[in-house]
Design a protein around this ligand. Structure first.
Ligand code: ZN
Length: 97
């Protein structure tokens, strides 16, 4: 299956279009190449907002990591004991609700 990119107008194979649930077709209207350049243009045009987005991302990630590490300590478990750790996190999330 092929699709025409709305930005560059080139007909490309569907695999060149990133998955995007916001679109009815399930794929973005812009090809990967155009999407990539949009993102870098946007970042250049919006340095402040990019910084804010990155900051909040890292903050969230850090707090999640800290939470996992404290859980790990609490449980006496190794980092890579994934399934059990996730189970414990799920249990804790349920309790918080
Ligand atoms: Zn394109």
């Amino acid at each position: 299956m092929q699709k025409v990119c709305l930005n560059c107008g080139i007909r490309k194979d569907l695999k060149n279009f990133p998955h995007d649930a916001r679109y009815r077709s399930g794929t973005s209207s812009h090809c990967r190449k155009c999407r990539g350049s949009f993102a870098s243009h946007w970042k250049k045009a919006n340095p402040e907002r990019t910084k804010k987005i990155n900051d909040s991302y890292y903050k969230r990630r850090r707090s999640l990591l800290e939470r996992i590490q404290s859980l790990e300590k609490y449980l006496g478990m190794a980092w890579d004991d994934d399934s059990q750790l996730h189970q414990k996190i799920n249990e804790q999330n349920k309790q918080e609700k």
